[in-house]
Each structure stands twice: as structure tokens, then as C-alpha cells.
Design a protein around this ligand. Structure first.
Ligand SMILES: [Mn+2]
Length: 290
């Protein structure tokens, strides 16, 4: 694994451009029946939350999870790869290399920092990090990465057990297809925006989010939507957490953060896909924290 991180640090612009091109083709394959990945009910999955340019935490997690030694397992990223941290370029190199090497086992979800063109995000220092690393023409790499944003998956699911996505549950969702095809109904419907931006809160119902995009949603909404989806627990990221994990809505929502850039711990989760669905309380107990 260290080898991959070392390669990320030494990566050249032409390597990055080639990686982006290769992964764009792989993502087109992932999305041909909708932007939703269906996990099988066997094997294990390592789940990683926001990274935000924190190469060191990503490296620790990859080493500790031993993904490369157990390649039949899944590695699921919940989005927010770049921005904020100093090593966004290296983080992109690492996750794209993993996707290229293990295309069927590495699942790249979309975060709000991998934004659709009409919902820009702040801070967005990724272009700056890329030109810092690759010089003026680093902007070509940025343009390729922007193409990737629109090709990432909206969510992953394990039938009857879990839904995994970056932000939150769209409050007016009526079926799993609303998530799988959220990119097609965007922007006339707000499903994609809500998947990327929503946060669970201690309220009833839902309100516009103080973040300026998406909504905040209460326990009643979570329970209603999880029932429609037929799953027990939402696993998501999108918020800084002092302990790396947090439980909301009576154990129906687990939030996980995999970066230390906000000052808290970086966490990741490894779940056995064949086991009965766990509550967010149980998941927070088995999460690894650094
Ligand atoms: Mn986010």
C-alpha cells in the first residue's frame, strides 16, 4: 500500500490524465443501469467517509483495512475527495488508481464537493492544488476530474440492510429509482442535490439547510424513507465529527468521517455483508478510529 501512496506523491500530469481517462470508461460501465451500486450479500465492505485531501488518513485506513490483501472485498468511498486538505491531487491519484486496478471492487460515490455544474461548492481549492503540483497545465487535469464528477455513483445499497450515500435521504423520495436516476431528473427535481447535501437533525419534518443547498431532515423523515427503501440503516458522511462517527435518529443514521483536517478523528467501517443488518449504534461500536 505504501507503494501506492509513494506513487501518488511522485505522479506526473500525463499519468493523472491517463488515469482519469481510464476511470471515466470504467465509471460509464458502473452507471449503465443507473448510478446505484448493488452490493452482494457475501464478502466484506470497507466504507470510507469524507477524505478532503487528507492523504495521511487515507493511507492509514488503506493499510489498516488490508483491502489490498483481501481483494474479493469491497472498498466504498462516500465522496468528498478533494478540497480543504493539502493533498487533494495525491488523494485523487490514489482513489483513481485503486478504481483502475480493482474496477469491480472499488465503488466511488459522489459527494457535494464533486458537484454538478449548477451547485458550486466552497471552499474549492482543488484546481489550485492541481496547478501547484503539475504547473499551469494542471488545469487540464482539473478539467478531466470535473468530467469524472458527473460519472460518480449516487449511492450504494445492500438489499434489506443498508443505504450508503454522501449527504442524506431525499425527503420526497418514492422509490429506490429516485436515487438511481437522480442525475437524470436533476435539476428539475431535487433528489441529487439532497443526496449530496442533506443532513439529519433533531427536528420534525424537514427545512431548507443553513448550508444554502439541500435540506435538514428529522427522525420522522428518516423512518418513512428507510421504510420505502426497505433498509434498516443509512450510512453517510458529509459532516465533521470529533470522534469520527456519530449516531442519529434512534440508531437509524450513522455518520462517518475519514479525515482529521477538522481536528477530530478519522474513522472507517468494515462490515460483513452476509450478517444481519446492524443499527448505527452497533456500527459505531465496530468502526475503527485513528
Ligand atoms: Mn460533503
Amino acid at each position: 500500500m505504501l507503494d501506492l501512496i509513494e506513487r501518488a506523491k511522485k505522479s506526473t500530469m500525463s499519468e493523472m490524465l491517463e488515469l482519469c481517462e481510464d476511470v471515466l470508461n470504467l465509471l460509464a460501465e458502473d452507471r449503465k443501469d443507473g448510478a446505484l451500486f448493488h452490493l452482494p450479500s457475501s464478502g466484506k465492505a470497507t466504507i470510507i467517509g469524507d477524505i478532503h485531501g487528507d492523504l495521511e488518513s487515507l493511507s492509514l485506513i488503506l493499510n489498516h483495512s488490508m483491502f489490498l490483501k483481501n481483494k474479493d472485498n469491497y472498498l466504498i468511498f462516500l465522496g468528498d475527495y478533494g478540497d480543504r486538505g493539502e493533498q487533494s491531487a495525491e488523494v485523487y491519484y490514489t482513489i483513481l488508481s485503486l478504481k483502475k486496478e480493482f474496477p469491480k471492487n472499488v465503488i466511488l460515490l459522489r459527494g457535494n464537493h464533486e458537484f454538478p455544474v449548477n451547485i458550486p461548492v466552497h471552499p474549492h481549492d482543488l484546481p489550485h492544488r492541481l496547478t501547484q503540483k503539475f504547473g499551469k497545465s494542471g488545469i487540464k487535469v482539473y478539467e478531466k476530474i470535473r468530467e469524472l464528477f458527473d460519472c460518480l455513483l449516487n449511492a450504494a445499497t445492500l438489499e434489506k440492510k443498508y443505504i450508503l450515500l454522501h449527504g442524506g435521504l431525499p425527503v420526497n423520495l418514492t422509490s429506490l429509482d429516485d436515487i438511481a436516476f437522480a442525475h437524470r431528473t436533476h435539476p428539475s427535481k431535487s433528489f441529487l442535490e439532497e443526496i449530496l447535501w442533506n443532513d439529519p437533525e433533531d427536528i420534525r419534518g424537514f427545512y431548507p439547510s443553513p448550508r444554502g443547498a439541500g435540506k435538514i431532515f428529522g427522525k420522522d423523515v428518516t423512518k418513512r424513507i428507510l421504510r420505502i427503501l426497505g433498509v434498516k440503516t443509512l450510512i453517510r458522511s458529509h459532516q465533521p465529527l470529533p470522534e469520527g462517527v456519530s449516531v442519529k435518529h434512534d440508531g437509524t443514521v450513522l455518520t462517518i468521517s475519514s479525515t482529521t483536517i477538522y481536528g477530530g478523528k478519522a474513522a472507517y467501517l468494515k462490515i460483513d455483508l452476509s450478517e444481519e443488518a446492524k443499527s448505527a449504534y452497533e456500527l459505531s461500536e465496530i468502526a475503527h478510529k485513528f
